[in-house]
Write a new protein. Structure first.
Length: 299
């Protein structure tokens, strides 16, 4: 009973924040990665405005190196909710010279998403971008407010944020500025999985154990793909794995797992001593990798 009441309170808080976005901003959007947190956000937004449709578009920044399962699920979800989808292409940013593709063994398009995201926000004049960031994920995200201000360059200043007392959210901004909004800030990874289980929310198949060609790099299992360059001693092999968090293939660490159901996943998460982003290869570039990227405009 306590668990259900806890989830209901988190749901109510998130729906309140989402409705505040619709009330305060003229051109909001929901950032959709295809991961479990953004999927939960879509379901919360659907609840917030039912029986009307979700009143803002879903925005997906496509690196071109996404898991096929994620893209397929994205299109199915958009059709299910009759939502509007806007796709920003990192490949287009590369082709037009807006960004330069990284080279070498550790090359990733994950960092390149920042420019594509800011260009997409500017192109469509979005004044609020709703995201699925949670404070328990990573130390930089723990510094975010529900309404997180971005300046005219799309940058974030963690030392200069507005107070949020008694759930009073200040969306005032100057021309060219926008906000990132995080309705599920107070949720934990376990809250997300228990809510998904309670609400019977569909997820991409990569969240469940499956066989995939993978290789180990610096203690992290990464999915093999034709654009992944292996080092001399690295070897691709078939393993039973699943994703805990989903992003660009080049940086999404996979977990060796036998969890085939939501019940199995919840038990696995409860027992693990590895954090959710502990397997994200991009976070290992430096101790402040996430915060540095967020200051530049990353999600």
């Amino acid at each position: 009973m306590y668990q259900l009441r806890h989830l209901q309170e988190l749901e109510s808080e998130a729906i309140f924040v989402i409705r505040e976005v619709a009330a305060q901003f003229e051109r909001p959007a929901l950032l959709f990665s295809g991961g479990k947190d953004s999927i939960v956000l879509v379901y919360l937004a659907q609840k917030a405005f039912w029986p009307a449709r979700i009143p803002f578009p879903l925005v997906h920044i496509d690196t071109g190196h996404n898991f096929e399962e994620t893209i397929r699920f994205r299109d199915e979800l958009v059709a299910k909710f009759h939502a509007r989808l806007i796709v920003g292409s990192v490949q287009e940013s590369i082709d037009t010279g807006r960004v330069v593709e990284e080279q070498g063994y550790n090359a990733s398009r994950n960092v390149l998403q920042t420019v594509t995201l800011l260009d997409t926000i500017e192109k469509h004049k979005f004044d609020a971008a709703i995201g699925g960031g949670r404070r328990d994920e990573e130390k930089a995200r723990a510094k975010e407010r529900f309404f997180s201000h971005r300046d005219e360059f799309g940058q974030w200043d963690p030392k200069n944020q507005r107070p949020e007392l008694w759930n009073i959210f200040n969306g005032k901004k100057r021309m060219g500025e926008h906000f990132r909004v995080f309705p599920i800030s107070n949720w934990t990874e376990m809250d997300i999985w228990q809510y998904i289980h309670h609400e019977n929310i569909d997820l991409p198949s990569i969240y469940y154990t499956h066989e995939r060609k993978v290789f180990n790099r610096d203690g992290v299992w990464l999915a093999w793909a034709p654009f992944m360059k292996l080092k001399e001693k690295e070897k691709a092999e078939i393993r039973r794995v699943r994703c805990r968090t989903v992003g660009d293939i080049t940086c999404t660490g996979l977990s060796l797992s036998t969890a085939n159901s939501l019940e199995d996943i919840i038990r696995e998460i409860a027992a693990t001593r590895v954090t959710e982003r502990g397997g994200r290869y991009d976070d290992q570039r430096s101790d402040a990798a996430m915060e540095d990227r967020k200051k530049e405009g990353y999600f």
